[in-house]
Design a protein around this ligand. Structure first.
Ligand code: NDP
Length: 279
């Protein structure tokens, strides 16, 4: 409280493009649900302006902000400190201003893990196939590494897949790579996580899920379209399917809890997201 008036806390997300971001809807609904004096905005920041934007947000008294494509790695040099999650991911999606210091954190991987744990146990007995080895796959694989699940990575460009396998091993996790599109691995899988951008334009997957066991948990981190052709065919094969909306939700929930050091109103945030997507 300042002179009897509550100080409003300001939060934001920066990225390029940013218009599509649902983070303001989700966070503002949460503030409203708890009657908190806080607001959350979105700002378009081009790569060449990133350093000035960071200084600007700090000077304007923002308490924290999310960082999205293409700034998740390039923001690192502008920060004072990184959490273990940010170091492990090599990327930052959440910044907190703490007594004038900028702390970089990452909730993409932990958010994904939190959403996955609503559907399965995570331990060394689980075989998890990750399709793709881009930024999202890296965040997910590095957050799964400490659970010691067996990660099987498949990527169109094998060099990138091998790099990710190496990183998981380096951090004490279990991982190997299989050839993109070869089906034998599917029979073993307890969970398949689709992290490529295939399906965003409703296109068919380049290979079939033939051989997958009914009941296997199949996750596609895309949520728009709500059900990609990949998820649709997994469902037709008797798999349990989950899209990427809860990954978005829980990265936001975990960012909230990092900033405000208190439980986030998960159901209000979820409801706002679903409403914004009109599902
Ligand atoms: P990147 O550009 O870092 O990686 C893209 C990945 O997709 C690479 O593995 C790439 O393979 C693969 N890929 C792309 N096109 C093809 C194709 N035609 N055939 C085979 N492989 C292909 O992107 P991100 O990892 O940042 O994002 C990937 C997806 O995840 C996006 O759709 C994004 O919207 C979604 N996402 C969802 C989130 C959520 O909260 N639900 C969070 C973050 C991302 P290669 O290495 O061979 O190029």
């Amino acid at each position: 409280s300042f002179g009897g008036v509550d100080l409003v806390k300001h939060f934001a997300v920066i990225g390029d493009p940013i218009a599509h971001s649902l983070s303001p809807v989700m966070h503002n609904a949460g503030y409203k649900a708890l009657n908190l004096a806080a607001d959350y905005q979105k700002f378009q920041v081009s790569p060449e302006d990133l350093g000035e934007a960071v200084l600007g947000l700090k000077a304007l008294g923002f308490s924290g902000w999310n960082v999205t494509v293409p700034h998740k790695e390039t923001i690192l040099p502008f920060l004072d400190e990184l959490t273990e999650e940010a170091v492990r991911a090599g990327a930052v999606n959440t910044v907190k201003v703490d007594k004038g210091r900028l702390i970089g954190h990452n909730t993409d991987g932990s958010g994904f893990v939190r959403s996955l744990q609503e559907h399965m146990e995570l331990d060394e007995r689980q075989q998890i196939v990750i399709l793709g080895a881009g930024g999202a796959a890296k965040g997910i694989a590095m957050a799964l590494a400490p659970f010691q699940a067996q990660l099987c990575i498949m990527n169109r460009t094998p060099e990138r897949g091998a790099e990710l396998v190496g990183k998981v091993l380096e951090w004490g996790g279990q991982a190997h790579q299989e050839e993109w599109g070869r089906g034998a691995w599917l029979v073993q899988a307890d969970c398949v996580i689709q992290t490529t951008s295939i399906g965003l334009k409703k296109e068919e997957y380049p290979f079939s899920l033939a051989g997958i066991r009914p009941g296997t948990l199949v996750v596609d981190i895309i949520f728009n379209p709500w059900e990609t052709p990949f998820l649709h065919s997994a469902k037709a094969m008797g798999c349990k399917t989950v899209n990427g909306i809860d990954m978005l939700l829980y990265q936001g929930v975990n960012a909230w809890e990092f900033w405000l050091e208190d439980k986030a109103p998960v159901e209000s945030m979820r409801k706002a997201l679903y409403q914004a997507l009109a599902v």
